[in-house]
Design a protein around this ligand. Structure first.
Ligand code: HEM
Length: 117
């Protein structure tokens, strides 16, 4: 069960960053995204978070006991906020900062630590 949820989580992670990059390309080239491209990321991100929460429940993990998990939650909020500013206002700095947050989240997920050193 845990492994299935982890695969679902990882799959939705790949879809999430792909859709974010695609929407970024459209926004910065001043093309309007198709309607489905405005809805699909929310559905996918809901699934991403649901799989994460389900993993915590199945494994009986309290995210506050593990800095890398608490860090993921904080950075997820930053990624959502920065991503929304980036796409609504075509703000490249916010877009790059959102990508950095995403990269850091993946680093924490893989290494189970908050900082690279
Ligand atoms: C944009 C947000 C997120 C991204 C990009 C992300 C990315 C990832 C990736 C790539 C993995 C697989 C790591 C591996 O196989 O070694 C993973 C695993 C995991 N993530 Fe996330 N994650 C995100 C949000 C969250 C949140 C909010 C939580 C809950 C606090 C969470 C909890 C977990 C857990 C429990 C695992 C399994 C760890 C393991 O068993 O190795 N993730 N995440």
């Amino acid at each position: 069960m845990y492994l299935a949820l982890k695969y679902l989580h990882a799959l939705t992670v790949v879809i999430s960053i792909s859709l974010f990059l695609w929407r970024g390309v459209l926004v910065f080239s001043q093309r309007s995204p198709a309607r489905w491209l405005k809805i699909a990321p929310h559905a996918n991100d809901t699934l991403l978070l649901t799989a994460a929460i389900a993993m915590l429940i199945v494994a009986g993990i309290n995210p506050l006991d593990h800095p890398w998990l608490s860090g993921k939650i904080l950075l997820l909020l930053a990624y959502i906020g920065l991503g929304s500013v980036a796409l609504k206002r075509a703000n490249l700095t916010a877009f790059i900062a959102a990508l950095a947050c995403f990269g850091w989240i993946v680093f924490m997920a893989v290494s189970k630590q908050v900082w690279p050193i």
